[in-house]
Unconditional design. Structure first.
Lengths: 291, 332
């Protein structure tokens, strides 16, 4: 029983990180029909940007800020201007392939310019355990959950409570009409790319202390976020959040109750079942696009 | 004019084929390995081009079928079966699994289909890795023999390269015939407008499954050649990135163009080798080259050629129109 509790907490913590990445993934899909196969590498890179800043002598807090800013410039602005903009009008598939190439490029660049070895990464949360309901829960898990939940709440508030958020929703749902009523659609699309860049940088900050910074660490994470986004509902932010948490918990439960060999299979089979019987995702609505 | 163009095309084709036979004769071992790999990957990419380029069904599982074919060949030939028998088994097995994988395509399309096939691809990898009683697990299967054909051993790199090239030739002819047959036309109808295809009496259900099954079977053929080529297989080459690579080959070469996979496989297999002199940077440059190419021409290399030819044809036609018009005017 205590084992189950621990698994749930650990699962929710990983799931919260998946959710951050998955939300960014769905945002890009909704506003620009970009299936970003490099999303996992997008999470891998900011950690290295922060490490590079620290190697250059910056303190940790400054490195975090620099990492997030650089991530916004490279993975937000640069990605949109250099790759997405020229290819957007040519349909989903060529762009998806280009992001696959981008994933290879990012991995190789980090391997070449930084290191092929895994590097340790400092945690923003102190290590140690606290006792909740008689269970020892690691501070790290709690910290990850808190930061992820704050980020998601912040984003939801932005989308639903502010005029800016409403404009973004309009730009995603119906670009033509949005343009007619005066929404700067192009700027809104750019904004979603910047938000995605911040989300992946946050996810990078949260997950790298647990799994170390390695050039190939994006592969597994990218796939998990991908599955989370689809399972929850490709066209819904709250779907992606639910999907992330669900996949995180499922992954952790599968690891201890199914078999370590086939733990990775459980989310995949779940994915296939969801797509076949509810292609719009568990929380998604068919034929409608909402941020 | 068109007769001349046709004979030019045939002459060009013959030169390329002769080149592929003669030039590698003094290649070293590694060069022959890379070229054989190109032939094998072209076969797999041709299969995916049938599924994706002609029938319009996105599949991210072609690498899994290469794996299925490779394991079928490795297991059978190490147990004393001849390679042709293993190829037949690989075809039948991949065809059957591909047929089953086609069923989701009847329910969901486009990116959703891509996700289902992606999941399948990773599941297949897990099976290759974990079912060690059959596949040798992470240790793989080693000492895969190369076949004897008509008493000629193909252990050396050059004879085996000819086996790969010959197989590529057979597959090319078969695919050429297939896309010109009513089936090929049905595939294209499926891609262009499934609803209209159905209203014209094409059994879209059956052709969707067929597109998957035939494309996958070619993946199996490629795998069955890959195993004796490397003579050792483990699960790693057949993970998701092979499926992604094959998809990249088809798109970069030009999806829906007959020669697309040949060029795409050339870019994916040979370009990194040509860039080797840049050492650590070669895969980075490769990635940049692929992105640059896709930005320039999202329809792939053959898309550029196609656009150029179409432009020239329009120009020629308008020139002819102008001539005809001026003749009419002078006649009046």
């Amino acid at each position: 029983m205590s084992n189950l509790f621990d698994l749930l907490v650990a699962g929710l913590a990983t799931g919260a990180i998946y959710a951050l990445v998955a939300v960014g993934f769905t945002l890009l899909w909704q506003t620009s029909q970009t299936i970003n196969f490099a999303q996992g590498e997008f999470v891998m890179l900011p950690a290295f940007l922060m490490l590079a800043a620290m190697h250059a002598g910056a303190p940790f807090w400054l490195a975090i800020i620099l990492g997030i800013l650089l991530s916004m410039i490279l993975l937000g602005l640069g990605f949109k201007l250099l790759l997405v903009d020229p290819m957007m009008r040519h349909g989903v598939l060529p762009l998806a392939i280009a992001t696959m190439a981008l994933a290879i490029g990012l991995k190789e660049a980090v391997k070449q310019f930084f290191s092929a070895e895994a590097s340790p990464f400092p945690s923003i949360v102190p290590t140690g355990d606290v006792s909740i309901l008689g269970h020892a829960v690691s501070l790290q898990s709690i910290g990850v959950l808190v930061v992820a939940i704050l980020a998601v709440f912040g984003l939801t508030a932005l989308l639903n409570r502010t005029s800016l958020g409403h404009q973004m929703q309009a730009a995603a749902q119906n670009p033509t009409v949005a343009r007619i009523i005066g929404v700067p659609v192009e700027r809104m699309i750019l904004l979603t790319f910047l938000i995605n860049a911040v989300l992946v940088a946050l996810a990078s900050l949260l997950i790298t202390p647990i799994y170390l910074a390695k050039f190939s660490s994006g592969e597994v994470l990218g796939q998990a976020a991908f599955i989370a986004a689809i399972v929850g509902g490709f066209n819904q932010v709250r779907g992606a959040i639910a999907g992330g948490l669900l996949i995180g918990v499922l992954d952790n439960l599968a690891a201890s109750y199914v078999s370590t060999q086939y733990r990775a299979a459980v989310p995949l089979i779940f994915l296939i079942v969801v797509i076949l019987f509810r292609p719009q995702g568990l929380l998604g609505r068919a034929e409608e696009r909402t941020v | 004019m068109s007769g001349f163009g046709k004979s030019l095309k045939i002459a060009l084709g013959l030169i390329v084929i002769a080149g592929l036979i003669v030039i590698p004769m003094n290649f070293n071992r590694y060069g022959l390995f890379i070229l054989s790999q190109w032939a094998v990957m072209t076969i797999a990419a041709m299969g995916l081009n049938l599924t994706l380029g002609y029938a319009g069904q996105v599949s991210l599982a072609q690498g899994a079928f290469v794996g299925i074919g490779a394991y079928a060949a490795a297991i059978m030939t190490t147990h004393g079966w001849p390679l042709p028998a293993a190829i037949v088994v690989a075809i039948v097995l991949s065809f059957a699994v591909g047929w089953v994988l086609g069923y989701p395509a009847l329910r969901v399309q486009h990116h959703y289909l891509a996700f289902v096939t992606l999941a399948f691809s990773t599941l297949a990898f897990l099976v290759f890795r974990n079912e060690s009683w059959l596949t040798g697990g992470i240790y793989g299967i080693s000492n895969i023999p190369r076949p004897n054909f008509f008493g000629i051993a193909t252990n050396k790199p050059l004879p085996f390269y000819y086996v790969c090239l010959g197989s590529l030739a057979i597959v090319s002819v078969a695919v050429w015939w297939l896309i010109r047959s009513p089936w090929g036309r049905a595939f294209m109808a499926l891609r262009e407008n499934p609803l209209r295809a159905q209203s014209l009496g094409i059994d879209t259900r059956r052709y969707t499954l067929m597109a998957f099954a035939i494309g996958s079977a070619l993946g199996g053929v490629a795998g069955a050649l890959y195993a004796p080529l490397t003579q050792y297989i483990d699960p790693v080459p057949f993970n998701l990135s092979l499926s992604l690579d094959l998809l990249m080959m088809v798109i970069v070469g030009g999806a829906g163009f007959y020669f697309g996979p040949f060029l795409g496989a050339m870019i994916a297999v040979l370009l990194p080798e040509w860039l080797r002199f840049t050492e650590g940077y070669y895969l980075m440059l490769y990635a940049i080259a692929v992105m640059g190419l896709l930005i320039w021409s999202p329809t792939g290399i053959l898309g550029i050629l196609d656009r150029y030819l179409a432009e020239r044809r329009t120009k020629a036609a308008s020139a002819q129109r102008a001539v005809a018009k001026s003749r009419l005017e002078t006649a009046q």
